[in-house]
Design a protein around this ligand. Structure first.
Ligand SMILES: CC(C)(COP(=O)(O)OP(=O)(O)OC[C@H]1O[C@@H](n2cnc3c(N)ncnc32)[C@H](O)[C@@H]1OP(=O)(O)O)[C@@H](O)C(=O)NCCC(=O)NCCS
Length: 191
C-alpha cells in the first residue's frame, strides 16, 4: 500500500522546525502498520539493539499486530512509541520509545532509531531533547535514561548532546539471542 495516498491524517504531538523542513512527532497509530514495516525492514541491519521491534515488524501482518499493541500500551501509559515524519509525508522515518516506565519512581527509558538516509544530521538529538521536555512537563516523569553499548558512537553522542550524564556500566545487561551478554552504559537526566 502506498502510505502517501492513505486518507489517514496523523496529528503530531510536537512539530519542530529544522531548516526548511518540519519534523512531526506523532503517537503510534493503528494506521501506521505499513509504514512502520517499511521503516523497520529498510533499516533491519541497524536494529541490533531492537531485536524485539525488528522481529515484530518483519511482515505487514506482524506490523498490524505491533501497532495495535503499541497503541494500546500508549493509552494505558505502559509504553510510549512516537514516530517521526517530515513535512507532509506520511512515511515514517524514525521512532522514539519512552519505555521501561516505573510510575512509582517517575522514571522512563529512551530508545530511538532514525532512517539511514537521515543519520548524522542532528535529528535524533533534537527529538530526544524535545521529548525529554515533553516527558518532564507533560508526562511528569523525573528521571529519563538512555542505555547504550559503548561502540554505538551515534547513540552515545545523542545522550551526551542531550545533557544526559553517564551513571554506570550495567554488566551483561544486553543479551542478544545466540550471542554472549554485553555490558552497556547507563546515562540519566533529571527534571
Ligand atoms: C543512534 C542513532 C539513533 C543516531 O541518530 P542520528 O540522528 O544520526 O543522531 P544525531 O545526528 O543527533 O547524532 C549525534 C552525533 O552522533 C554522530 N553520529 C551519528 N551516527 C553515527 C555513527 N554511525 N557513527 C559515528 N557517529 C555518528 C553524529 O554525526 C552526531 O555527531 P556531531 O554532533 O558531532 O555532529 C542512529 O544512528 C540509529 O538509528 N542507529 C540505529 C538504532 C540504534 O542504534 N539506536 C540506539 C539504541 S541505544
Amino acid at each position: 500500500m502506498d502510505v502517501e495516498s492513505s486518507s489517514y491524517n496523523p496529528e503530531p504531538i510536537l512539530s519542530i522546525a529544522n531548516g526548511d523542513d518540519v519534523l512531526h512527532i506523532c503517537k503510534i497509530n493503528k494506521n501506521d502498520a505499513w509504514s512502520i514495516c517499511d521503516f523497520v525492514t529498510a533499516n533491519e541491519d541497524r536494529f541490533l539493539f531492537f531485536p524485539k521491534t525488528r522481529e515484530q515488524n518483519l511482515t505487514p501482518d506482524l506490523s498490524k499486530r505491533f501497532v495495535a499493541l503499541k497503541e494500546k500500551q500508549f493509552e494505558s501509559l505502559e509504553e510510549f512509541l512516537f514516530v517521526l515524519r517530515v513535512n507532509e509525508s506520511k512515511k515514517i522515518v524514525g521512532f522514539v520509545y519512552i519505555k521501561e516506565l516505573h510510575w512509582d519512581i517517575l522514571q522512563g527509558e529512551f530508545g530511538y532509531a532514525i532512517d539511514y538516509s537521515l543519520e548524522g544530521k542532528g535529528i535524533t538529538s533534537m527529538l530526544v531533547r524535545e521529548l525529554s521536555r515533553y516527558a518532564f512537563e507533560t508526562l511528569k516523569l523525573n528521571t529519563l535514561q538512555i542505555i547504550v553499548h559503548k561502540t554505538n558512537i551515534g547513540s552515545v553522542k545523542v545522550a551526551e548532546k542531550c545533557d544526559f550524564v553517564w551513571v554506570k556500566t550495567l554488566k551483561n545487561k544486553f543479551r542478544p539471542k545466540g550471542k554472549d551478554p554485553m555490558d552497556v552504559e547507563l546515562y540519566e537526566i533529571y527534571k
